[in-house]
Design a protein around this ligand. Sequence first.
Ligand code: GRF
Length: 211
Amino acid sequence: MSGGYILPRKATADDPLRLAVMISGGGSGLLALIKHQGLGEKRHVTTLVIADSDSAGGLRHASRVGISSLVIPLPEGLKGIERRKSHEDSILQALESHEVEMVILSGYMRVLTPSFVSRWKGRLVNIHPSLLPMFPGAHAQRDALVAGANVSGCTVHFVDEGIDSGHIIEQREVPVLGTDTVEILRDRIKVAEHELYPKVIDDISSGMVLL
Ligand code: GRF
């Protein structure tokens, strides 16, 4: 396996891959995944939702359908890397106790440490609102508009130790119009994200994604 990635097992509908979805915000991507999983037999199931703040609106999507959720905020009283490590230790414990097999970052706004990534590499995926490697970082839609791009889109990728730099699994293009604001472009990209992410998770769960 290249780059230290270890993929999850090939799952079946009888024994689906157990996913944790990590969010920070409204969770429209989480909702799209939950709806997709409700459509029929899937090889993956959302077992746990983790948010880094109790103000993450997406938590309500989990509670509505009875999916376990945890709020794991940064701990008080620590600083710098010690604080991040302690935070991630709590996340790792939650993943272990819920027997999670793959972690889906869906609008999770914190950068994970290399130590965390190395434990989950190949079973840790993210969706980013641009056609990577164009416009990495937290302002992808704004950066696409400032650059005068005619086309942007979204990317599902395995997470590595860098920022938005891991192995690209699949992308969708979305047009950028001259009249777009950041909000309009963000919402147009989300429509594509909500189709692409569940589809890629289907593909990974059925062993169709190779490195
Ligand atoms: C999405 O645009 C995703 O690409 C980015 O964060 C956003 C999350 O939106 N990483 P939501 O919280 O799922 O609505």
